[in-house]
Design a protein around this ligand. Structure first.
Ligand code: ADP
Ligand code: ADP
Ligand code: MG
Length: 458
C-alpha cells in the first residue's frame, strides 16, 4: 500500500489526516508556510518541509512547491484535505502525471464537478432535480437579465468556482441586477481567479441537506446518510448534525438514491458530498457536489462508526470499500459546532493573536478536532476555524445537552472567539425544536437585537 503520504494542508484537517495515517502505520510528511512553523501538524508528522511564505498563494496554493516537497521526500500519495488545492483539477492532474496517488477522485472528475454550473448539468442529466436557473455560465449581463426575468426574482448570482459560502449574492429586483452582476463578477475574479457566474432561483429559507457518499475504483458506491447544515451565517455553515430532524424517511431514501445514482453515472470514487436545498414541501434541489472530505465529516463518522479518512486512503491505493451498503448502520445523533477566531460583537471580524491558554472539553461522546494549544499563535493569513466540537448521544436532546456542556467547558484565553455565540445558538428554542432552516441565524440575530433595544429603552 502506501509508503509515505504528504498532507497538502494545514490546521485541524492536517492533524486529522496525520492521525489517520499513524493508525494505518503510514509515515507522513507535513508541509508548512513560514507562518505555520510551530503548528501542531508540523510537530506530529514524521517529516516536515517548508513550502514558502505566509500567503497561501506562496505556499499551500503553490503547486510546484507542494509537488517538489512530495517528490523530494519520496511520497507516493498526497492528501489534499479541504479548501486549498483539494478541488483544483490542474493540481490533481499534475499529481497524477508524477505518478503520485491523489487521495480523492480523478482530475477529470474534479474538473467536471468543481465547476458548479457544469455540476448542475451533470446532475440534471442523471435525473436529479436542480434549482431552476441559467443553463451553465452566464456570458453577459444582458443574458443574465433575461434568465433572471424568466425564472423570476429574487434570484441568486453565484460564482461558478465559489466555495466556503463566498461569491453568492441575492438580487431582489431587476433594477438592482446590473450593478449586482458587475459586483459579483469582480468579487469572483478576485476571490477565486475565475469571474464566471451562474444564476439560480432564490429558494426561501430552505434546509441545507447533504448526502455523504463513498465510492471505490471498482465501481462500488454507498451512501452514509445525510447531514443537516442549515445553521449558517452568510451561507457558511456553523452547526451541522446527523440525522436531520426535518426530512422524512421517504425523502431520505430519495436523496440517498439520487446521490448514489449521480455518483455512479460518472464513475465517482473516494469521498464526496452532494449538497441539496430542501423546501418546506419536501421538494429537493441539487446545488453542488464537493469532491473532497468535508469539514463536517465527523458527524457522519460518529453515527456510522466509519473512519472516512482511512477509507479514502485505502480506496486511493486501489482497495475496494471495506463495507457494503447493508453493513452501514446509523446509531444515535451527532452534532458539530465550529469554534472560530472571530468576534461576534464586531461583525465576526477575524481575531488573530496569541492563545495564552486553552482548555478542551472531553468525556464520553465528545470529540475535539483541532490544531491549537496553549501559546499557539493564530495567524491572520488563513481560515479562522480553531476547532470542531463533535458530540454523539443516543438521541438529539441528549446530544444538545452534551454539546452545551462541552461548549461551556471550552476555554480559550488571549483572543476573542465565537464560543459564547455557539452557546447562544444551542439555547435557542427554535434550535431545540429542530426549526433550523437557513433563515435561523438571521431570525436569531433579529430577536437578540430586539431584546437589546428593548433593554436600552426600558
Ligand atoms: P464544507 O463544505 O466542508 O462545509 P466549507 O464550505 O466550510 O466546507 O469550506 C471549507 C474550507 O474550504 C473553508 O476554509 C473555505 O474557506 C475553503 N473553501 C471551500 N471552497 C473554496 C474555494 N472554491 N476556494 C477557496 N476556498 C474554498
Ligand atoms: P458554497 O460552494 O459556497 O458552499 P453553495 O452553492 O453550496 O456554495 O451554497 C451555500 C449556501 O448558500 C447554501 O447552503 C444555502 O444556504 C445558500 N444558497 C445557495 N444557493 C441558494 C439558492 N438558490 N436559494 C437559497 N439559498 C441558497
Ligand atoms: Mg456548498
Amino acid at each position: 500500500m502506501a509508503n509515505k503520504i504528504l498532507i497538502a494542508n494545514r490546521g485541524e484537517i492536517a492533524v486529522r489526516i496525520i492521525r489517520a495515517c499513524k493508525e494505518l502505520g503510514i509515515p507522513t510528511v507535513a508541509v508548512y508556510s513560514l507562518a505555520d512553523k510551530n503548528s501542531l501538524h508540523v510537530k506530529i508528522a514524521d517529516e516536515a518541509i517548508c513550502i514558502g511564505k505566509e500567503m497561501s498563494k506562496d505556499s499551500y496554493l503553490n503547486y510546484n512547491n507542494v509537488l517538489s516537497a512530495a517528490i523530494s521526500t519520496g511520497c507516493n500519495a498526497i492528501h489534499p484535505g479541504y479548501g486549498f488545492l483539494s478541488e483544483n483539477s490542474h493540481f490533481a492532474e499534475m499529481v497524477e502525471r508524477c505518478n503520485i496517488n491523489f487521495i480523492g477522485p480523478s482530475s477529470k472528475i474534479i474538473s467536471l464537478l468543481g465547476d458548479k454550473a457544469t455540476a448542475k448539468r451533470i446532475a440534471k442529466e442523471a435525473g436529479v432535480p436542480i434549482v431552476a436557473g441559467s443553463d451553465g455560465i452566464i456570458e453577459s449581463v444582458e443574458d443574465g437579465k433575461v434568465v433572471a426575468r424568466k425564472i423570476g426574482y429574487p434570484v441568486m448570482i453565484k460564482a461558478s468556482s465559489g466555495g466556503g459560502g463566498r461569491g453568492i449574492l441575492i438580487v431582489h429586483t431587476e433594477e438592482a441586477f446590473v450593478s449586482a452582476f458587475e459586483r459579483a463578477s469582480l468579487e469572483a475574479e478576485s476571490s477565486f481567479g475565475d469571474k464566471s457566474l451562474y444564476i439560480e432561483k432564490y429558494i426561501e429559507q430552505p434546509h441545507h441537506i447533504e448526502i455523504q457518499i463513498m465510492g471505490d475504483k471498482q465501481g462500488n458506491v454507498v451512501h452514509l446518510g445525510e447531514r443537516d447544515c442549515s445553521i449558517q451565517r452568510r451561507n457558511q455553515k456553523i452547526i451541522e448534525e446527523s440525522p436531520s430532524t426535518f426530512i422524512s424517511a421517504q425523502l431520505r431514501r430519495k436523496l440517498c438514491a439520487a446521490s448514489v445514482k449521480l455518483a455512479k453515472s460518472i464513475g465517482y470514487y473516494s469521498a464526496g458530498t452532494m449538497e441539496y436545498l430542501v423546501d418546506n414541501s419536501e421538494n429537493f434541489y441539487f446545488i453542488e457536489m464537493n469532491t473532497r472530505i468535508q469539514v463536517e465529516h465527523g458527524v457522519t463518522e460518529w453515527v456510522t462508526g466509519i473512519d472516512l479518512i482511512k477509507e479514502q486512503i485505502r480506496i486511493a491505493y486501489g482497495n475496494s470499500l471495506s463495507f457494503k451498503q447493508l453493513d452501514v448502520r446509523f446509531r444515535g445523533h451527532s452534532i458539530e459546532a465550529r469554534v472560530c477566531a472571530e468576534d461576534p460583537d464586531h461583525n465576526f471580524r477575524p481575531t488573530p493573536g496569541l492563545i495564552t491558554n486553552v482548555v478542551f472539553p472531553g468525556g464520553p461522546g465528545v470529540r475535539i478536532d483541532t490544531h491549537i494549544y496553549s501559546n499557539y499563535e493564530v495567524s491572520q493569513y488563513y481560515d479562522s476555524l480553531l476547532a470542531k466540537i463533535v458530540v454523539h448521544a443516543p438521541n438529539r436532546r441528549d446530544a444538545i445537552r452534551k454539546l452545551r456542556a462541552a461548549i461551556e467547558q471550552f476555554v480559550v484565553e488571549g483572543i476573542k472567539t465565537n464560543i459564547e455565540y455557539l452557546y447562544v445558538i444551542m439555547h435557542q428554542p427554535d434550535f431545540v425544536k429542530g426549526q433550523t432552516d437557513t433563515g435561523f441565524i438571521t431570525r436569531m440575530n433579529q430577536t437578540i437585537e430586539g431584546e437589546r433595544n428593548a433593554g436600552v429603552s426600558g
